[in-house]
Design a protein around this ligand. Structure first.
Ligand SMILES: *Cc1c(COP(=O)(O)O)cnc(C)c1O
Length: 388
């Protein structure tokens, strides 16, 4: 491995620098225009972005907002979620999915995920609904997460929702740009939320988020809630809302990034194919449902139990290859959330075992074949060496 490399080490886990280099002149010009017009809050770029995002994902309405957490919270506020309501969330996710439920005083009920897809397990969801009823809670809504960029099994979840009179809010913070059976992310449930945090597939240069919905009344209420529940003007308050706006500067960044997003999605897909071909005989590579595409927010492997994950992480780091573990601990085992109910008993076996097995490799739209070759060669060497 002493041959000269045409890239520098350590590698970035997500290469925002290469992307910025590509769009920097356009972003600078857009910033200049905003400095000139001075509409830092709800400037024209915000509304232009909302229009472009709606076109991109076939949603009737896009309501941009301050971040992906507010996007979730605004929908729960709009639906008047309240104490006594049971909201079903996967345990194997980022804390924001659950945090917003607790904000409303409602009860998150933790559901297990499927080992193959990392996403909500429909049979565990059925158990969770029974559990909520046993506890005297009102089964109200499901928040499926499209973990690592791959959509959850919406056909299965929607039929359980319909049988039980529940609504769905899709947490697509990681999956904007993906599709499920030809339906783009943004068209699921009563609303879909996403995040534009810099490391997400479509990210800005700060915090940002959006909600997508086809429902006119819901959209109208969300638009009001995002600006302090305003009515006909700023000083007319018809709901208890929040300050949940997206900055004009962030909208301008997103307008430039959206132009190159389809190309980046293709490049991520090609990287995923490369990883799969190189690694699928040694580890469990990600599995997609039929007729589904991922935006590959993460490329997450499941290591075999005979291999120490710590060792793999450490050795790769020594070679200049960063990795990440999403998530080290499922939410039902976190101090802040462990008192909330789980679907069955106190354990969610798949969430618990996945948290010990998973490992995410560098994933972004600027991985060259040379870099992919370097990463996989090192990993294969490690995994096939006898000293495990
Ligand atoms: C990132 C993320 C969020 C929150 O998005 P922010 O913009 O960081 O508030 C919510 N849910 C999931 C699954 C996420 O990955």
């Amino acid at each position: 491995m002493s041959q000269k490399l045409n890239f520098s080490l350590p590698l970035p886990f997500i290469d925002l620098a290469s992307q910025q280099k590509r769009i920097r002149p356009q972003v600078s010009e857009a910033f200049q225009r905003i400095l000139d017009h001075g509409s830092y809050i709800m400037g024209p770029e915000v509304f232009e972005l909302e229009k472009k995002l709606s076109q991109f994902c076939d949603a009737k309405h896009t309501i941009s907002c301050a971040n992906g957490t507010d996007a979730l919270a605004l929908v729960l506020m709009a639906k008047d979620v309240k104490p006594g309501d049971a909201i079903f969330v996967p345990s194997f996710t980022f804390a924001a999915t659950t945090e917003v439920v607790a904000w409303m005083g409602a009860t998150p009920v933790f559901i297990d995920v499927l080992k193959e897809t990392f996403n909500m397990d429909p049979s565990s969801l059925k158990q969770g609904i029974l559990k909520a009823k046993e506890l005297g809670l009102k089964p109200t809504a499901i928040i499926p997460v499209d973990l690592f960029g791959a959509p959850a099994d919406y056909d299965a979840l929607e039929s359980i929702a319909a049988e039980n009179n529940l609504w769905i809010l899709a947490d697509a913070a990681q999956s904007f740009g993906a599709t499920y059976k030809k339906r783009p992310v943004g068209t699921f449930g009563i609303a879909t939320s996403t995040s534009f945090f810099p490391a997400k597939p479509l990210g800005c240069y700060g915090d940002g988020g959006a909600i997508f919905t086809d429902n006119d009344e819901l959209a109208e209420k969300l638009i009001s809630l995002r600006i302090h529940g305003q009515g006909k003007d700023k000083y007319d308050n018809i709901y208890i809302g929040m300050n949940g706006r997206l900055d004009t500067l962030q909208a301008a960044v997103l307008l430039e990034k959206l132009k190159i997003f389809p190309e980046e999605l293709l490049s991520r897909q090609n990287a995923a194919v490369f990883y799969h071909k190189a690694l699928s005989s040694l580890v469990t590579t990600p599995f997609l449902l039929p007729d589904t595409t991922s935006s590959w927010a993460q490329y997450t492997l499941r290591l075999n139990s005979t291999i120490s994950r710590d060792k793999v992480v450490h050795e790769l780091q020594n070679q200049g290859i960063p990795t990440a573990i999403y998530y080290v601990k499922p939410l039902h085992q976190q101090k802040a959330y462990q008192h909330y109910p789980t679907a069955l008993g106190h354990h969610l076996p798949n969430s618990e075992s996945l948290s010990k097995e998973v490992l995410s490799l560098p994933m972004h739209g600027y991985l060259t074949e040379d870099v992919l070759h370097f990463i996989t060669k090192n990993l294969i060497h490690l995994l096939s060496s006898p000293s495990k």
